[in-house]
Unconditional design. Structure first.
Length: 277
């Protein structure tokens, strides 16, 4: 098992992760699509594998606001730069892009059908051209009202019916919904990537932010408990998540959590995860 850490597009953090011994980093799709080419070159110059990128798209992919021309233009930049950086997986969480909104009500089956159409007709052609797999990330209901469980993600991937569309398992989203971590072992055909964190930290640490890669000390309390970087003191045993992933054939897992202090967080987490390779 390879272990990586989400760093946005912060080159300094990328260098630090490399110095600690992480196998790779996971970056931010929208940032790599929009950064100056000089920044992309600086990332490449670190000579640290970049296996994945998250935050796939900010534009709406369902409903009347979906703009296929704008999405196609964005994908042209994103996939070209992702391929240049050696990225193998693009993570499709993107809650705001795919959620059902109040001013345009639709049923969950209707939303899922539109997401399948988006993946089949707009995403898969780019994935096939560049050889990059899309990993659907199920999100807890507090964050998104479509594709919440790993089973939901698998259902969408089956409907798209492409080897370039598979599923990611995020321990925090699974844990907060009471999903079985052990069940992941039977999903080898569909799982390709994973996110880990400490999904059950001390409540005194605050509440869970909507977005990772931030140090906002005062998130919305309605969003649930804060997810933090793993440490040796955690009650949650990372093996309960990592071992089923291994049996499913998943080869890498990234830390995706709310940053308090990146250097301290990343170092402590690496000491835990390196023993689980």
């Amino acid at each position: 098992m390879k272990f990586g850490v989400c760093i946005g597009t912060n080159v300094e953090n990328m260098r630090y992760a490399k110095s600690l011994g992480y196998d790779y980093v996971e970056v931010h799709c929208q940032e790599i699509a929009n950064k100056l080419i000089e920044h992309i070159e600086a990332m490449k110059a670190v000579c640290m594998p970049i296996l994945a990128a998250n935050c796939f798209i900010g534009m709406r992919v369902i409903g009347r606001e979906r703009d296929d021309a704008a999405i196609t233009e964005y994908f042209g930049r994103l996939f070209d730069r992702a391929a240049y950086l050696g990225i193998k997986y693009l993570v499709f969480g993107s809650s705001q892009a795919r959620r059902i909104v109040d001013d345009e009500p639709m049923s969950v089956p209707e939303a899922r059908a539109q997401i399948v159409d988006f993946l089949k007709n707009l995403v898969v052609p780019f994935s096939e051209k560049y050889g990059i797999v899309i990993a659907i990330e199920p999100l807890r209901p507090q964050e998104c009202n479509v594709i919440n469980t790993v089973a939901d993600g698998v259902e969408i991937a089956r409907a798209v019916d492409s080897p370039y569309v598979r599923v990611l398992a995020d321990v925090a989203h699974m844990y907060t919904q009471g999903e079985s971590l052990e069940s992941l072992a039977s999903l080898g055909e569909w799982l390709v990537h994973a996110h880990t964190s400490n999904p059950a930290p001390d409540p005194a640490l605050g509440e869970w932010l909507v977005h990772a890669h931030t140090s906002n000390p005062a998130p919305d309390p309605a969003l649930g408990k804060k997810r933090i970087y793993p440490t040796a003191a955690d009650e949650f045993d990372q093996r309960s998540f990592i071992e089923p992933l291994k049996r499913a054939g998943v080869e890498q897992c990234s830390i995706e959590a709310d940053v308090i202090d990146f250097k301290t967080d990343a170092k402590n987490a690496y000491e835990v995860l390196k023993e689980l390779r």
